[in-house]
Design a protein around this ligand. Structure first.
Ligand code: RIB
Length: 303
């Protein structure tokens, strides 16, 4: 059961505030902590914590942050031989504000993440990789190369098209499983409002399908997760938990789902497992550090 993640690695500087600032407003932070983050790194950690042999491809800067983030990833069991250290370039950073009600705002400066190339991807053998997992914090050209090469090797291609970017849609035809949240779905499907009911989510998701064998999964926050295929749509309800920090919850879902699918779990069971993992992750601070182990998720789902 192997998961190959191509994605971003960031140093997350997380300031907690009582309420998020409005434009032009200055507010006092109550704490500031540094965490391993970045959608690629978070998803790789989630997959590894769920028991999958996980490789991460990406890039950090040749600075202290880059070295320490790589070491942290390795500490979580993620294979980092394909993470380049690029001298003279800063490691990616995310400035994250989390309010008491768990809402957040994030600004990302890509740094080395923007310098991942199709050549870096093309030089890596993909034999034995069952699931390829990407997000949109690394260049779309590199993702395209990975998905085209991976298709020839029979790998399952999973795209978390986050954040929503115009160039993301061009990758949909190369994708087997597309994962979006409601805001991203509304953006790609060009809707005025975020769909809420399963029927509306399903209608919008079907607008994005370019092949009959594709699956689109839409995370609905506390309402749960919808999965839409050509002939069926189902909802897995959200778990009622007290959220302290939702940063990385979507990443937890994606990485956990990839790990479950790599172990040949059926789609509905995989969605249920990943939904449980995400519910656990929001109860802890930090993105990568909040990813639960498989044992924790299974125990949670039994209660
Ligand atoms: O999805 C959450 C992640 O988005 C954070 O860890 C931050 O680094 C940004 O990339």
């Amino acid at each position: 059961m192997t998961v190959f993640v191509l994605g971003s690695i960031n140093l997350d500087a997380v300031a907690r505030v009582d309420d998020l600032p409005r434009p032009g407003e200055t507010v006092a932070g109550t704490s500031l902590e540094l965490f391993l983050g970045g959608k690629g790194a978070n998803q790789a950690v989630a997959a590894a914590r769920m028991g999958a042999a996980t490789r991460l491809m990406g890039a950090v800067g040749g600075d202290d942050s880059g070295k320490s983030l790589k070491a942290s990833l390795a500490g979580y069991g993620v294979q980092v031989a394909d993470v380049l250290e690029l001298s003279g370039v800063p490691t990616g950073q995310a400035h994250v504000w989390v309010a008491n009600n768990a809402e957040n705002m994030i600004v990302v400066t890509a740094g080395a993440n923007a310098l991942v190339t199709p050549q870096q991807v093309g030089s890596t053998p993909l034999e034995g990789q069952r699931v390829l997992l990407c997000q949109l914090e690394t260049p779309a050209t590199a993702i395209e190369t990975l998905f085209r090469t991976g298709a020839a090797k029979g790998a399952l291609r999973v795209l978390n098209a986050a954040p929503a970017l115009p160039q993301g849609a061009a990758l949909f035809p190369l994708t087997d499983i597309l994962i979006l949240n409601q805001t991203e779905l509304a953006s790609y499907a060009k809707l005025d409002r975020e769909p809420v009911r399963l029927e509306d989510v399903s209608l919008a998701a079907r607008k994005l399908m370019s092949r009959p064998d594709q699956t689109i999964i839409v995370t609905l926050g506390s309402a749960g997760v919808a999965a839409v295929r050509r002939d069926e749509a189902f909802l897995v309800e959200g778990k009622k938990v007290k959220a302290v920090d939702t940063v990385g919850a979507g990443d937890c879902f994606c990485g956990s789902l990839a790990a479950a699918l790599a172990s040949s779990m059926d789609l509905r069971d995989a969605v249920e497992l990943a939904n449980g993992a995400a519910a656990l992750s929001v109860q802890k601070a930090g993105a990568a550090p909040s990813m639960p182990s498989r044992r924790e998720v299974e125990a949670f789902l039994e209660t």
